[in-house]
Design a protein around this ligand. Structure first.
Ligand code: ADP
Ligand code: MG
Ligand code: MG
Length: 878
């Protein structure tokens, strides 16, 4: 089996086997670029190594053979005391993980070869500088000795000589430093620093394989959803020396600006330096344009090669180079990391330059990444009262009153307040507070803390590890730089910068740049699924249209009953309706609600005209519209204590009785959805009448309306046939009354397994299905979302019991199967049945790919996710 590839034996498309770095070094070699020769040990060896923790003898044999080839190519010999070959040993995974794993430079140096290097180059300083760098890197990467041990020695020497910069140190200083470095190694390992280059090489190769599993690489893979099974390749490459003097240099450049995407040569370099120096921030590097002055020919050659590479790969490249005594070497190229804005601009520009097709451009941009630029952001022009800065753990801006415990957060949010949950750190016990908060702020914890992970999962802004803030839970306040902020005071957090700001902040709605609009228009040409939005108000509807939604896939009606705190007067009427003792009493309240809702529907139809609007009838259990039982019980107890007996007390007692009667053990599976419409038909009739009245009005005004009425939580066909008949009857009545006709549809949510598996029966009556994948996930797994997300789901994902949070990305095997079954059964009975999805999965790229494979008619998601969904749907169709 072939475990080792010389650079000229590989190709760019072999990245899974050779890693990205190895594959591109091979490609650059083969198109004739000046790349120092070398070879790549495959990722397969890494996977074997993970299991056995050993290098197979066959691998060692092939490494030795490749080394011999390398010696022939360079005319140097590994460990040769006259003309030694020095190499770098570099990691390189199939998916780039910049800086996450380890690299060793100048390997092959020892007490003998360092002298040879000095003589050969006539540059003692260079040789001994390289040697001390090697000892330091090797000791750190391979022997696990912390860098500060070496830095302390270097600092001491600089201080003794009155130097401030490494560059001032001369050969004699390095010669004195080397034995001290070696002593550190001996002290830490009990063994002298290894002098045998082959021993050095094998140890370094093993260390790079080990580095695949170092903690920072693991965290990086988790955040970026990179599989742990890919493994890294190891590249062994002849050294090019950028530290040979002022005619030498090392640097990094991009073929376009990675922040803005502008077409300009961009980068930095350092003269007389090696590898890591540029990124390590030891000295301030020069902008790449400066190279044009100091080494004009090298600059021109580099510029031309970069252009060549971009044309070859048809994408913006990130390039590492080194100049050794005026000769340019290319050390790495890869598709450059870029901001979402740059990503869009570059994709669109490349199409305009004729380098890629529209389809390729659409596939280039990561929908998940562009989500970050679609959140409302703090107005960059605003003056901010910044209290402190923490880690930016989850993007977006949030404002609310600070609250220090989850129960209070839940209570205040229930009353319609916006809250920011502030905690030292969060735990699964805080989840109900996190769910209702606008954003989360913690004073402790890092980018992988509970707060950070859970917030990202919920798509909520979050700032963690803000240590300047001292949270006092007892006093319900936090202190920061001598200021005190108490519960109820308004603060803002910026999940993009980590800033914590006092007071409210002006936010700006994200703008779609012209390039972004262009890209999305190409996506629209390619995709076959429709994209609608979940929108409950005319404002949401307008936003959704601006982002390109082609209709509303889910208009929830609960806020029309006052839920969410926007219409307190409606809440009162809704309570009147719920508390009514007789049908007559209930009708009075319903009539008031009907007029209000008719107006709501009219506005929404108007905002969406001529696109379709799917309206879901009342879904939550009724007790959600009533006061909290515990609070009420306390009030009653206090009144009794005071000896009150009046009518106010009696009213409260009656209310409490009703609240208790409506309380449920398990509201998620309780008296909600169409079950309400079955038992209190007058509620649903009122809503349906309001919808049709609004439609009639629009119709008279010349608008095209075709309301789609959706009955939630149907599990039995009889429920649906009953509701369908009611809906049709009221439609007839309203049309007759106004002397108009308009089209409408009646359909159902598919959100419980029984509905999915009897979808053929239901499709006899239903004109469309909309998969409510949030509830369908709850009911298929038997997970209650509110309990699962905080209590065990995170751990399930952590321990790989589940590959992903099924509330974020659809569980294809189980919940997805339900969707497939329902689609198939539904189409069998009604071939042209309209099939949509309106759960949060409708905005998740991976789930969208799945819905495409099911042949759904459309996906529906929150307005801000619409551009993400348009792009993802195009990618799924491409
Ligand atoms: P990373 O993947 O973290 O970027 P690299 O393997 O690219 O690590 O190496 C780190 C640094 O060392 C880079 O600046 C690279 O250019 C430099 N380097 C690696 N190999 C060589 C070499 N053979 N000659 C000179 N510099 C090298
Ligand atoms: Mg690199
Ligand atoms: Mg539901």
């Amino acid at each position: 089996k072939k475990w080792v590839y010389l650079f000229h034996e590989g190709r760019a498309d072999m990245r899974m086997l050779l890693g990205g770095k190895g594959a591109n070094l091979a490609e650059m070699t083969n198109i004739g670029l000046p790349v120092p020769p070398g070879f790549t040990i495959t990722t397969e060896v890494c996977r074997e190594y993970q299991k056995t923790k050993q290098l197979d003898p066959e691998v060692i044999e092939q490494v030795n053979a490749a080394l011999t080839a390398l010696e022939q190519q360079t005319g140097k010999k590994f460990g040769d005391p006259r003309n030694p070959l020095l190499v770098s040993v570099r990691s390189g995974a199939p998916i780039s993980m910049p800086g996450m794993m380890d690299t060793v430079l100048n390997l092959g140096l020892n007490d003998e070869t360092v002298v040879a290097m000095a003589e050969l180059t006539g540059n003692e300083r260079f040789a001994w500088d390289s040697y001390r760098r090697f000892i330091q890197m090797f000791s750190n990467v391979v022997l696990g000795i912390e860098l500060h041990n070496f830095e302390a020695i270097l600092e001491a020497h600089k201080k003794r000589n009155g130097f401030t910069q490494d560059i001032e140190l001369q050969a004699e200083h390095f010669k004195a430093i080397v034995p001290e470095y070696k002593a550190v190694v001996e002290k830490h390992t009990g063994k002298p620093f290894p002098m045998d280059p082959r021993e050095q090489l094998m140890a370094a190769i093993r260390a790079v394989f080990e580095s695949w599993d170092n903690p920072r690489a693991q965290v990086y893979r988790k955040i970026n959803k990179i599989s742990d099974d890919l493994g890294t390749a190891v590249n062994v490459q002849a050294m090019a020396f950028g530290n040979m003097g002022d005619d030498s240099a090392t640097g990094v450049c991009f073929t376009r600006n990675p922040n803005s995407g502008a077409k300009e040569f961009y980068g930095e370099y350092l003269p007389n330096a090696q590898g890591e120096d540029v990124v390590a921030g030891i000295r301030t590097p020069y902008p790449i344009a400066h190279l044009k002055e100091t080494m004009p020919e090298v600059y021109q050659q580099l510029f031309d090669l970069c252009e060549l590479l971009e044309s070859h790969y048809k994408d913006m490249q990130d390039i590492e180079f080194t100049v050794e005594r005026g000769k340019l070497y290319m050390l790495q190229c890869r598709a450059g990391k870029r901001t979402p804005i740059a990503s869009i601009k570059i994709a669109v520009d490349l199409v305009k330059e004729g380098k890629i097709s529209k389809e390729q451009a659409v596939l280039r941009v990561d929908p998940e990444q562009i989500n970050n630029i679609l959140h409302p952001a703090i107005d960059p022009k605003a003056k901010l009262d910044i209290l402190a800065k923490g880690l930016a753990a989850s993007p977006g801006a949030a404002t609310g009153m600070c609250v220090f415990d989850p129960d209070r957060a839940a209570k205040l949010a229930g009353e319609g307040h916006k809250v920011i949950l502030v905690r030292p750190e969060t735990s699964p016990d805080d989840i109900h507070g996190m769910v209702v908060a606008q954003g989360i702020l913690t004073s402790r914890g890092g980018m992988t803390s509970h707060a950070a992970i859970v917030s990202r999962g919920m798509g909520k802004p979050c700032v963690v590890g803000c240590e300047a803030i001292k949270v006092d839970l007892e006093a319900r306040e936090f202190r920061v730089n001598g200021r005190v902020v108490k519960e109820g005071e308004v603060i803002s957090i910026d999940g993009a910068t980590g800033n914590v700001i006092y007071g409210e902040v002006p936010v700006v709605d994200p703008e779609l740049s012209p390039e972004f609009r262009t890209l999305l228009s190409w996506a629209d040409e390619i995709r076959t699924m429709g994209v609608r939005a979940n929108a409950d108000t005319p404002i949401d509807a307008a936003k959704a249209r601006e982002f390109g939604a082609e209709g509303i896939g889910l208009c929830r009606t609960e806020h029309m009953f006052g839920q969410g705190g926007h219409h307190p007067e409606r809440m009162a009427v809704a309570r009147e309706m719920i508390l009514a003792e007789t049908t007559e009493e209930r009708m009075v309240a319903l009539e008031k609600l009907q007029e209000m809702q008719r107006q709501d529907f009219y506005e929404i139809f108007k905002a969406m005209n001529p696109f379709p609007v799917t309206i879901r009838l009342l879904d939550p259990p009724l007790h959600e519209f009533l006061p909290d039982a515990e609070d009420l019980a306390i009030e009653v107890a206090i009144m009794r204590e005071r000896g009150e007996t009046g009518s106010e007390l009696q009213e409260k007692e009656a209310l409490l009785k009703k609240v208790r009667a409506l309380a449920e053990m398990n509201p998620m599976l309780g008296f909600r959805g169409c079950r309400l419409g079955m038992i209190y038909p007058e509620i649903y009739e009122m809503q349906v009448r309001a919808i049709f009245e609004a439609a009639a009005q629009c119709n008279k005004e010349g608008m095209v309306v075709e309301p789609e009425i959706m009955h939630p939580l149907v599990s039995i066909v009889t429920e649906f046939s009953f509701l369908r008949e009611m809906t049709d009857r009221i439609a007839r009545e309203v049309m007759e009354k106004h002397g108009v006709t308009f089209k409408y549809m009646v359909g159902t949510m598919i959100e419980v397994p029984r509905a999915a598996v009897t979808a053929d029966e239901i499709a006899e009556h239903a004109q469309f299905f909309s998969f409510g994948t949030n509830d369908l996930t709850q009911t298929t797994f038997g997970f209650s979302r509110d309990d699962a997300e905080g209590k065990f789901l995170a751990q399930y994902v952590e321990q790989k019991v589940l590959p992903e949070n099924p509330f974020v990305t659809i569980d294809r095997k189980g919940v997805g199967k339900m969707v497939e079954i329902a689609c198939e059964l539904g189409r069998k009975v009604r071939p042209d049945i309209k099939l949509g999805v309106c759960g949060e999965h409708g905005g998740d790229p991976s789930s969208i790919e799945f819905f495409q494979s099911c042949g759904l008619t459309y996906v529906s998601c929150s307005p801000y996710r619409v551009p993400v969904a348009r792009l993802a749907a195009a990618q799924a169709a491409a």
